[in-house]
Design a protein around this ligand. Structure first.
Ligand code: PMT
Length: 400
């Protein structure tokens, strides 16, 4: 089998040096990589480095090796084009269809999936011109990752860091696995909740659950790879932010509800994979609750939390919004799942079996996805990402 052909476009930003690690990961995992840096990128990392790491010639201009028609051939032959770092200038040129160097020519001739991993200062990322360029590129089916937050060039910090090379590599793998299929969630905004809420009892203790957030993060990653803009509401997780995803940390069920109602206003789909506490302590003790010699502990009074999924399903923020829930069951799994689907009123309910050492924190899952139309889609045991993709297949079909 021939190796998948990847074009690595490198923009002129300081993060160009991180693209060397991405290149390494791609070549070492059996991809044939052709690096196409811009002229500015070569000011940060020289052509010799790219050539040595890729084992391929490196050109920036359409005037090099004209007899080989590189401005057409490189893009047409690619299975994936990944641009990392994608500067504000490069995003603008790509959005406007300019073809003033080899990389922008390649972007115009490529018919394969295209992934941009932006890196720039926060002000540039937030500028309306860049926002519009990103929207344009996404509406055409390109996957534009959200930049990470953290240290930028110099002493600045903020949103605009290049996502970690491992995360970009992961997104590349996912796009290659999907092949030439159109990113079917391009132009869509999806909201995913992940992890488990914690309901504080006093400054030290809380009521919580065993969710790690892995299933929700898998949903977020796969949606981003399918072109969606993703908002991930992360309840008490300890996982790295997935590349290309806007992560909103939350603590309690009440906070999750607030964040969800806000994020869902313009969402095409809402997927509630978080394990939400049905009850919270009726009273929060502002100081640590003490044990008293010879006294039995006070019984714990609880009050109900809002049912976020039922509310989101009953009161859709926009017409046609697809609402998906998960059901974590320990017994009578399918019967309980079917009853829960009716109670919650969502379009799809992913029914999975859980236990102390089952599903929670695991890499794999298996489930039956129940549809409000009576459909039942079994998803066999496999990586949580496979279940996530099966969920998005059904969501994409409903979104038409
Ligand atoms: O995070 P992992 O370790 O990967 O584990 C994944 C998982 C087991 C947490 C996940 O696959 C899962 O099943 N998530 C849903 C857990 C849950 O809360 O299930 P439930 O049956 O109690 O709730 C049904 C649905 O209603 C869920 O979508 C839940 O988010 C929602 N809910 C529940 C209570 C509440 N007050 N508000 C809600 O919105």
């Amino acid at each position: 089998m021939s190796k998948p052909r990847v074009v690595l476009g490198v923009g002129g930003g300081i993060a160009a040096y991180k693209a060397c690690e991405l290149l390494r990961r791609l070549t070492e995992s059996g991809h044939e990589v052709r690096v196409v840096p811009t002229a500015s990128a070569l000011r940060f990392v020289g052509a010799a480095t790219w050539a040595a790491l890729s084992g391929q010639p490196v050109a920036t201009e359409v005037w090099d090796s004209v007899d080989e028609v590189p401005h057409v051939r490189i893009g047409k032959a690619a299975d994936l084009v990944v641009v990392a770092p994608a500067t504000a200038d490069l995003l603008a040129r790509a959005a406007h269809g300019l073809a003033d160097d080899l990389l922008t020519n390649t972007l115009l001739t490529a018919r394969c999936p295209v992934l941009f991993a932006p890196a720039m200062h926060t002000e540039m990322w937030e500028h309306p011109a860049t926002r519009e360029n990103v929207t344009t590129l996404r509406s055409r089916g390109a996957v534009v990752l959200e930049p990470a937050s953290g240290r930028l060039t110099g002493a600045d910090t903020g949103r605009g860091r290049l996502p970690e090379p491992a995360e970009i590599f992961d997104a590349c793998r996912r796009l290659l696995a999907r092949g030439a299929r159109e990113p079917d969630l391009a132009g869509r905004h999806v909201v995913v909740s992940a992890g488990g809420t914690r309901e504080p009892l006093d400054p030290v203790r809380y009521l919580g659950n065993r969710s790690s957030g892995k299933q929700g993060y898998a949903l977020a990653r796969t949606a981003a790879a399918r072109g969606a803009r993703v908002t991930l509401l992360a309840a008490n997780t300890a996982l790295p932010d997935p590349a290309g995803v806007d992560v909103v940390p939350v603590g309690t069920a009440v906070q999750l509800r607030e964040a969800l109602l806000k994020a869902a206003t313009d969402a095409d789909a809402v997927v509630m994979a978080a394990a939400v506490a049905d009850f919270r302590p009726a009273v929060y003790a502002p100081a640590k609750i003490k044990k008293r010699d010879g006294q039995e502990p006070e019984p714990l009074a609880l009050v109900r939390n809002p049912d976020i999924l039922a509310e989101a399903a009953a009161d859709r923020a926009r017409p046609g919004q697809v609402v998906v829930g998960f059901a974590a069951e320990t017994d009578d799994v399918l019967a309980n799942g079917r009853a829960k689907l009716r109670r919650k009123g969502c379009d799809l309910l992913v029914v999975n079996e859980v236990g102390e050492r089952r599903t929670f924190g695991a890499e794999d899952n298996e489930a039956v996805i129940l549809g409000s139309d009576g459909s039942e889609t079994p998803v066999p045991h496999g990586p949580k990402e496979a279940l996530a993709d099966a969920v998005w297949d059904l969501v994409a079909a409903r979104l038409g």
